[in-house]
Design a protein around this ligand. Sequence first.
Ligand SMILES: O=C(O)CCC(=O)C(=O)O
Ligand SMILES: [Fe+2]
Length: 643
Amino acid sequence: MDMHANKPEPYDRPPVCGEKRAAMSNALPYFRQHQSSISSMDLVAQAMFIDSLVGDRDRFLSQVIITTVGGGRVLDPTSKQMTRVQDQSTDSVSYKAIMNAYRSKNPVAMIAGAGNPLFPVKPEHYFNVLDYFHITDIWCEATMNKSGQLVKHFMVRYEKIDLESRSWWTPKEGAEPDRHDVGEYVCDKHTCSSCGHVSKHIYVQGWTCLEKACHKFMAFDTPIDVNDLEYNENFLRERTLYNGPGPKFPLVPELPSSLPIEEGIKYGVEKEYKGGIVCPQCHFASRRLDWTGWYCEKPGCDFKHTTPMRDVSLSLIKAENHTLLNKKKGKFFLKHPDIQYGSGEISGYEVHNFFLPGVSGNFIGSVFVFKALKKTCQRPGGINDLYSDMQKSLRSGEINLRRNPARNAGHHMEEVTSHFSSNIGAHYKFGVVVKTSCGFDEAPEPALEALARLTWAGKTATKNAWMDAEKRGLDVSKKSMPKGFIDFNEELILGYFEESKISYHDDGEKELGPTVATLSLGSPATMYFRPKKRTTLGKATKSKKGERQPMLGFVLEHGDMVVMHGSDIHKYYEHMVEPEGVLRYAMTCRYIRPEAIPDEDRRRESIEKGKVPAEWKDKYQGEDGIGDEQESGVTENTMPVSA
Ligand SMILES: O=C(O)CCC(=O)C(=O)O
Ligand SMILES: [Fe+2]
């Protein structure tokens, strides 16, 4: 913000400001796009973000803003600057959205970035909502680029709709500059004798036809340098009577309401509760980072907004399951022929096992899906009770989940994960850094209950994978899939609101042990595995990026557990999970090898916090005591070899 150091203080504060683009997009319905400068709905511009890309004829005045229509520039490899090498197309989404907003007189919210050198005052934050504007002019002009090429591109003139109140981005001291009323100045227009097109007298150098197809386009009476064109003062001073529709959205949105939750219509985890808010105290845009509510992200502001959360009932979960299974046409598996498959029943679960091939002809890992039978969910102390305890622990704050930076941490383009998370036990980082909240000795009971179940599933899967492989004569990698099971020392709890998901990733930090086990609670989800790009596995998608089609996919229902056994799974494959419903939890246990943690303090802390209290270690032994004699009993009649 140094470039603004000598600028005056603003007259007022912006209606909305912020430091993160995502916070602005989350909080403002008219600015949903996370990247481009124009936000549109149904191809009509709703908001325009003006930041560092400004041209010589851009203006940032009190009531008028002139910019180029975004897009069409390319990076010049020598100057490292964005430049135009060809005429701007009228096919771009930006052009169409702006043209449609012009034709329908749609109000456009202007948002200015602190990267804009024309900012007339000193902005306090990076993102600043100015006001609603309407488009008064769109015209084509030509400029000479650095290579001496004449290129045509489009300019837009925006005028503030409310000409009465003083613009906040004018200097605090003195009268409002460039303030004019409708009718005070008029910019003259002329009709082209050649094409009949009417153009305003925009440049001080003289009138010219602005119809880009006309042979008199940009032809002036006297020879001029197109790069030296200046605006005719009357073009800047003219004010236009606005008679278009009112804005679709208020500039400052209201806080999400508790009413639909209290009235039993909503649960408080629907997508509208994952959006951002604008702090009514300081106008700062804040993201929903915490499970329990919104906490103003402006340092020093203590505003918080929470809405209640109702328990998501099992009957809703059942209905969601029904919808998803219908969509996936029943019991859904996507299985590539190179994947070896077997199924059976173990101790209250229907079990499906998939052996994943590596790149040298053998199998490098197994994915076990333990599908909980009805009685496994319904019995006292079963899955349904655990689900209900989870909801209680989250409501009370005993478990606190948070969304953490996934990309560009600390930068104004920072993006956080779609899900909320919390870590227990050893340190585990997988791209996203989730601070360890506590050790297992102080962990909340639902987390320990999940750990006990996952430990059993992990042990059962590890053992069965080998027995099954031997029985079927499959060549499996001993190195990737060790025979013994190593007790877990870490648990990651994830919470998904409606429309949250975890995109393709692998779990494989170098500290990661060979077994990863996840328990699903609540809304159903689909899980997919696909080979990584640089492998020779699977089939390519049509996308140019070289991505592969998924080789394995299945539905995860309430109470199901997935065990991935084999470190090379994370080397050759990535997985993603997409819930279909309003509320889902996933508790994942891993073994983090302390000796591989480079930082000594973290290593020591991981050893300490990763210790599981003895009473929880082998607490769960499957259902109905069937698993009591696991050593001999489980595998006999399970895992029949099938297609
Ligand atoms: O939500 C899930 O079931 C899986 C989550 C996951 O892949 C992870 O935590 O790494
Ligand atoms: Fe994962």
